[in-house]
Design a protein around this ligand. Sequence first.
Ligand code: ADP
Ligand code: MG
Length: 704
Amino acid sequence: MAKNVISEVFAVDVFNDAVMAERLPKKVYETLKKTIEEGAELDLEIANVVAHAMKEWALERGATHYTHWFQPMTGITAEKHDSFISPASNSGQAILEFSGKELIKGEPDASSFPSGGLRATFEARGYTAWDCTSPAFLREDAAGVTLCIPTAFCSYTGEALDKKTPLLRSMEAISTQAVRVLKLFGHEEVTRVDCSVGPEQEYFIVDREKYLQREDLIFTGRTLFGAMPPKGQELDDHYFGSIKERIAGYMKELNVELWKLGILSKTQHNEVAPAQHEMAPIYGTANIATDHNQLVMETMKKVAKRRGLECLLHEKPFAGVNGSGKHNNWSIVTNTGKNLLEPGKTPHENIQFLLFLSAIIKAVDENAALLRLSASNPGNDHRLGANEAPPAIISIFLGEQLEDVISQLIETGEAKSSKQGGKLNIGVHTLPELKKDATDRNRTSPFAFTGNKFEFRMVASSMSIAGANTVLNTIVADVLSDMADTLEKADNFELAVHDLIKKTLTDHQRVIFNGNGYADEWIAEAERRGLPNVKTMVDAIPALTSEKSVKMFEKFKVFSKVELASRAEINYEAYSKAINIEAKTMIEMANKKYIPAVIKAVATLADSINSVKAAVPSADVSVQTALLTESSKLLAEAKAAVLHLQEVDAQAATKEEGKEQATYFKDVVFPAMSDLRTPIDALELIIDKEAWPVPTYGDLLFEV
Ligand code: ADP
Ligand code: MG
């Protein structure tokens, strides 16, 4: 029988638990497992043995290099390759070496990574430290085969310069606090709690030839110009539609590449917008899920290029059609395998579940701005708070069943029943009888309970999920810690839990909203409820360094005050740079492509009027004349708008870097960009297609 491709390729490129069990001496394996599972210290002797086994395994697969693979604050991954080569003493030969020291610690000169003031360029030292909780893997590309070792990245003084370190710290924080609470419920057997994360990744695929003709896509990842084609997404015919051959081939190759890396690529489908698609893996531990998501994004881009396609991960590559996000599915699970967000059939009786649920509700309500920021990048500003999912207001969807339990609790102090889903009546006898979930879904909520997990839907499609999960873990750890403090002191645990749940839910019910999150009424209602509506990334950044945030992050040692300040700086800088690049790209495209093309088209038109008039003096040239007048008018507007954009963009350099400059880009440069786009898009609609200098939305979205 032919072997199935999944079983053939799955995890072949991963130095995972099975490989370690097979290749490491039993004692070494067990010690390493202890480190992975319980966080026990790892000594150099063990590292030496692991390094040797890892090297042998990698060499057998053709590896020539290894790299410490890390996640600096750029949001993408970084690597510096070293070959295994080492001189054999005096023989003129080379041997292949890889020591424990090289496995556990690297020292890339990292002065060119963003540090937000954490280090000056003359302080070049940065260290990478092996994260043994995420398995090493092989990557094959034009450079050959490289052994990639997931690592954390910190400065000479120990500050985290990356996204992984705070995430790992936050996982420890929530674990410690959840274990405290579980002890009170008598769960002595639980020693650790893990966060599970399943990120659904949305993306666009366009033809690479066409992509290469558009500087905006190349430099900024999104189109900065472009009129809507006659057809957009209004027919809803793309969502879950049958997949085009070229895309199907892409998905197949993508899956194989991901499976090889041990990534559980599971679901694939077309998304709402034309040329938009989604891939969802099966969830895993937050840390590994984060590493995997970085690999997913990288692989999506790589495979696309190979096939003459280009993968766009930008949050809003095309104005006027839906943008992309990342749904961060999140739950907390004990080391004994119990999902703490599993309500069971009768949630009203599940006091432990209700306590964790109320902790999350409180955490989200109290830290809405911080959550908003954790999902923010310049691209996501086009989705959050614009006319698209999800809104910028953080609210929680719980569904009918839980909302009912909660209102019973709040109103009478006791919940006596849980609504059940019952049977689904389809009205056709030949169809199987289906059981209905107790709750319907809500696609418009930014933070939705979906059965046994929360789905944080705000996260930006191109962004690392580390930040969102670091915030989620920490804010929930913070509330659990307070709850444990209260409950540990209580004389009567039962009574105290009951009161605590009731009080927490009563105090924070304002954040629960089951209605339509896109509706204008919700904006007014949310305002009445006092929920923050932070419209832009720049406005969200201060949440990171508020007194409250600093106190919380320092309490759980997730971020120090200095680390938070550096991240705020990096966010401001990232925003300013992104808008600056967009502005400069628009100026270049307008000056070098659109305006010259329109000048030519206008001249052709004028020539044709003259030649018609020369041939037939009485001919009616009113159409040509009207077109000439309108094009010339728009051309003048475009030129004026370019000059204005050039002027305001140049002014940005005079603003103080950081908040002031970012605010300037948001309030002055960004609107000037729209002013330039308007006349150019209007010209696109009236100028001869042949004369138009770049592929249009129609070409990009429908001709893949
Ligand atoms: P839907 O969003 O349509 O419910 P799924 O149930 O398949 O789709 O879940 C979407 C994502 O959520 C997948 O990546 C899935 O693995 C992940 N997921 C499912 N259960 C959990 C859980 N308990 N914790 C975290 N993620 C989960
Ligand atoms: Mg989903």
